[in-house]
Write a protein that binds this ligand. Sequence first.
Ligand SMILES: [Zn+2]
Length: 342
Amino acid sequence: MSDLNAFITGLPKAELHVHHVGSASPRIVAELASRHPDSGVPQDPEALREYFTFTDFAHFIEIYLSVVDLLRDAEDVRLLTYEIARDLARQQVRYAELTVTPFSSTTRGIPAEAFLEAIEDARVAAEKELDVVLRWTFDIPGEAGLPAAEETTRIATEMGPDGLISFGLGGPEIGVPRPQFKPYFDRAIAVGLHSVPHAGETTGPETVWDALTSLRAERIGHGTSSVRDPRLLEHLAEHRIPLEVCPTSNVATRAVEDLEAHPIRELVEAGVLVTVNSDDPPMFGTDLNTEYAIAARLLSLDAAGIAALARNAVRASFLDEGGKARLGEEIDAYLTEWGRSH
Ligand SMILES: [Zn+2]
């Protein structure tokens, strides 16, 4: 392991863009599959590693849906959530805003009450036992249209659990215009939720503008195509609207050609508050530490620069001020300690 990789491995971090089902690692899927042997999903972690070897986007969707199908009752949901927290804690993630799609489970027959109880139970246990604080973003699966938007908004606004802090929009961007979701975001914002839609990943900067104007986005999921619109870059920088950048995901979904072509450097140079995140890590063969290492390479960062990137995520998070200060101090102390020994 190189020195900087070792630095990243031990660095306390916040993760702002990571999906619930998309975080199911082979280890977790094996556990779920053994609870449901009729699913046809391999139960052996070695066979699963093979199964998880990502070939293209269609394959990603296939794996993703097979995991969704393994979530058949509240105990499955609890297990997935708690085990994700364990994977995060191992990477020194202290705080994560996890994007959860309740509609995928309620539409498959898990009652919303039971679903919410399961994730909350896992959240409380993870905070106590694993020292990782989880918060939820409930997102509309855009491809499922307005009925899914209605159901997600109903759950978020009428049943929103303690851990819920924000409201999102995921799924494909092409053919799913953002403005149609304005009434749902208005309702979510009215009950105090933050607006964090995906935008400008596979479509152009106009989608980011739509997210800002129609959905009142406070942070943008991806937003990488903003780089094509200097006026938008200026707007994002001036209003301190952070981007949740996920480099490996962008390559896997072909939003960018390869890592060398990733616009992260231009975004940073334009003064945009950039955070680094992992999206659907095991399905894209990555994790948050790997994404930090990639960003460090693309941005030519040293340890202090990497620590600054970690602080960006704390700043861009919806953690309370006390929590932000504590995590910021923890990062600073880690950097100082590192400087003494290197
Ligand atoms: Zn995402």
